[in-house]
Design a protein around this ligand. Structure first.
Ligand code: HGY
Ligand code: MN
Ligand code: MN
Length: 409
């Protein structure tokens, strides 16, 4: 028994979705819990209902589209990803996983196949963390890794909370969070790296993902007049942040090639041309496959920043936002991906993920695997992000095969 995904329908759905939040250079900006995110959510729910799914939304805004199976009491086989994007992101990061799940349902409908266990497709709330600082909010709460109340209370730069934003877009759901066991969870995603394209391979069977430690750093010095305050008397919070950023970059190179450290968000106060800034807030995103190394990197980062702060006479506060250990996916799920590729004579490689995903949280509470497809030059979190329709269809087909096999065994 098998079903075949429809490459054109999958591509058309992705392109229609990409119209929502379309950016000038052909990317997507669908920040979590904004009206654009609402529009994407609404479109997904409409398409899922058209495909015969029942929709439920939980209290952190995760949307579950369920295709009933013969046994309504059986634990569902689940797939999904995220519809929110980076501010200047691409058409495929997250969106591919949700649309591939929808295509699985559409293809099963075309084939008239009824599965034993239900099939579900999820849009997880705020995977990117571009607005509320912490990523994977919906999947982390679902996996019990972040308390619901703490997540609802997270605020953005304008002081708007997740709870308020969910209410405003109409996705503050009634379903209890984490109220259901998954038989298995598989997430399809673009690789967001160069390996598959460089190897000329269509599929990555993902073994796991590297660990990640994120912080928000606040520096408090002293505002001053740009024209009259002598350099030797300054407590310039931005210059301190700049020196710290360069030392963090140098620190990453001492743990090459695996370590990465990014300062992606900087806010200077009062942000005026002719005022020496007395306050600066910046983000740190550090990653490495090994937990002990992450621990050492964190100790070195904080020690180095403290020394710079002391020398410059600025106060330093380092607030942890995320500490996610490296994740190993479920061997049975990984093997199911390999077997689905072998059955279709699709070439694949085992690989690790440099990026974080909702699957990294769901792996805590359910047998989890991921399926990677290539993206052009490995570019992502960039408006130029691109993927080939045939690769996306191959990934969706492997997703269908592993879900169908799992739902019926
Ligand atoms: O940051 C990440 O790894 C993910 O793409 N949001
Ligand atoms: Mn993603
Ligand atoms: Mn992303």
């Amino acid at each position: 028994m098998s079903a075949h995904v429809n490459q054109q329908r999958l591509w058309d759905s992705l392109m229609r979705l990409a119209e929502i939040g379309k950016t000038a250079k052909g990317g997507v900006g669908r920040i979590a819990l904004t009206d654009l995110d609402r529009q994407g959510r609404d479109l997904f729910c409409t398409w899922a209902r058209d495909a015969g799914c029942e929709i439920r939304t939980d209290r952190i805004g995760n949307i579950f589209a369920r295709r009933p199976g013969r046994n309504p009491d059986a634990a569902p086989v689940v797939t999904g990803s995220h519809l929110d994007s980076q501010p200047l992101g691409g058409k495929f990061d997250g969106a591919f996983g949700v649309m591939a799940g929808l295509e699985v349902i559409r293809a099963l409908n075309d084939a008239g196949i009824e599965t034993e266990a239900p099939i579900e497709v999820v849009d997880w709330t705020d995977e990117e963390g571009a607005r509320f600082a912490a990523g994977c909010i919906g999947s982390a709460v679902f996996a019990g890794m972040r308390p619901l109340d703490e997540a609802l209370a997270l605020i953005d730069a304008d002081g708007i909370s997740v709870e308020t934003a969910l209410d405003e877009i109409g996705y503050a759901g009634a379903a209890a969070v984490g109220d259901i066991d998954f038989k298995a969870y598989f997430e399809a995603h673009i690789e967001q790296g160069p390996i598959l394209e460089a190897e000329g391979l269509p599929i990555g069977a993902v073994l796991g993902a590297q660990g990640q430690r994120c912080f928000m750093v606040t520096l408090v010095g002293e505002d001053g007049h740009a024209g009259t305050l002598p350099m030797a008397k300054r407590h310039d919070a931005f210059m301190a942040a700049a020196e710290m950023s360069l030392t963090l970059e140098a620190l990453a190179s001492t743990y090459e090639p695996a370590a990465v450290i990014t300062v992606g968000h900087v806010r200077v106060v009062p942000n005026s041309r002719n005022t020496v800034p007395g306050r600066c807030v910046f983000s740190i995103d550090s990653r490495h496959p090994d937990e002990d190394t992450l621990e050492r990197m964190e100790a070195e980062m904080t020690g180095t920043m403290q020394a710079i702060a002391d020398r410059r006479g600025v106060a330093l506060e380092v607030a942890p936002v995320t500490r996610a250990a490296p994740v190993a996916f479920n061997p049975v799920c990984i093997d199911a991906v390999r077997q689905a590729c072998q059955a279709r004579q699709v070439r694949f490689i085992d690989m690790h993920s440099g990026a974080g995903h909702d699957a990294c949280k769901i792996a805590k509470v359910a047998p989890t695997g991921m399926i990677f497809v290539p993206c052009e030059r490995g570019i992502s979190h960039n408006e130029a992000e691109n993927a080939r329709p045939e690769d996306l269809a191959t990934g969706a087909q492997v997703l269908l095969d592993v879900m169908l096999a799992t739902a019926n065994n």
